[in-house]
Design a binder for this molecule. Structure first.
Ligand code: UT7
Length: 335
């Protein structure tokens, strides 16, 4: 079943951008020393050259806090100014409580409500800004929205087709009803739960709880994916959602200065770019440096694009993402 949610009209603004990637760099040659792969295969099939892995003393919470602090400094706000936290991740600190609660405490925020948006895969952050905008429409608030993953701890090191794709990172924004450089014009998002089995991390849930049986069978911490089917759907859904969100807010692809797509595979990004009829300089790519960092790719790339002056005031920017679920989403931002 496919359901589409669309929100548009003046929704909310983004007043600060943040990102964080761990220091440890893992190159394709590092992977080739561990499993049967090569820099040539990974580069040709995915565009990835290196990715970052969290250090032993880092976790989903610490990555999220680091990105949040950068976004809060950029926004000129401190912990007391945050009214709510929404955190998108598929690799939470623990099953319960939510990672957002741990982030709230670590940042020293008041006893504000916090939520994890879990399981939306790589589309989680764009869905989270949609939820944040809806919350802001109901009650003016400053909401910290984070996309974060420590996927390095959830991959099967033997599954070379999946393992080499991923990296760890976090990205964050501070959203407000009326302050900030970027106005969120609209979001389109959708879900096809019929494709749930194509990309899963089932171990640890109620279907396959951690117990002696699962541990002995080695069936834990395993991201399982049918890469080809994900590839095809990612191209289709990200390009369709981008076109649709622009139509909903009365704008056209010709007006777009930059598309920031989910960074899953350079070939996916290229196929989306061609479908949208865009030149390379209008699509942001950093997958060569960080790999696929799940729900962190879009907010991290957004932060990087702002920092590198790839976005100027007056620019129309489209964010688009696709992930497990399947979930997909696209957002239009007016700087
Ligand atoms: O963020 C959302 C989640 N994920 C994605 O969006 C990923 C979407 N899918 C993809 O990016 C691609 O499907 C992959 C990168 C995962 C795989 O690329 P592919 O072009 O679909 O390759 P393939 O799975 O068809 O494998 C081709 C060959 C196979 O060998 P044979 O059967 O042709 O002899 C694989 O065994 O490449 C082999 N292979 C590798 N060789 C070296 C698979 N992984 C590797 C590897 N190194 N890491």
């Amino acid at each position: 079943m496919v359901c589409i949610r669309i929100v548009c009209g003046a929704m909310a603004r983004i007043m600060g951008f943040g990102g964080y990637a761990p220091a440890r760099v893992v190159t394709n040659d590092d992977w080739a020393a561990m499993v049967e792969t090569s820099d040539e295969w990974i580069t040709q099939r995915t565009g990835i050259k290196r990715r970052r892995f969290a250090a032993a003393d880092e976790s989903t919470m610490t990555l999220a806090v680091n990105a949040a602090r950068v976004a809060m400094t950029d926004a000129g706000v401190d912990a007391d100014d945050i009214d709510e936290i929404i955190l998108a991740t598929d690799t939470p600190e623990m099953m319960t409580p939510d990672t957002a609660a741990l982030v709230q405490h670590e940042l020293g925020c008041r006893n504000i409500p916090t939520y994890d948006l879990g399981g939306s895969g790589c589309a989680g952050f764009v869905q989270a800004i949609d939820v944040a905008a809806s919350r802001i429409a109901v009650m003016p608030k400053r909401i910290l929205v984070i996309g974060v993953e420590v996927i390095s701890r959830m991959i099967s090191w033997e599954d070379r087709a999946t393992a080499v794709l991923f990296g760890d990172a976090a990205g964050a924004v501070v959203m407000s009803p009326d302050q900030g450089r970027a106005e969120l014009l609209g979001v389109v998002s959708g879900t096809d739960g019929g494709s749930a089995e194509i990309l899963t991390l089932a171990a640890g849930g109620t279907r396959n709880p951690f117990n002696e049986k699962s541990l002995l069978s080695g069936d834990y911490n395993r991201l399982v994916m049918d890469g080809k089917r994900v590839f095809t759907e990612a191209v289709r859904r990200m390009s369709e959602a981008s076109v649709e969100v622009l139509a909903r807010v009365g704008r056209s692809m010709g007006e777009v200065a930059l598309v920031i797509p989910h960074q899953a595979n350079l070939r996916i990004i290229d196929a989306v770019r061609k479908k949208l009829g865009l030149d390379e300089d209008r699509v942001y790519v950093n997958i060569q440096e960080y790999g696929n960092t799940g729900s962190a790719t879009v907010p991290f790339a957004l932060w990087e694009a702002v920092g590198k002056n790839r976005i100027a005031d007056g620019d129309l920017v489209v964010l688009t993402a696709f992930g497990a679920g399947f979930h997909w989403a696209a957002a239009a931002l007016q700087f």
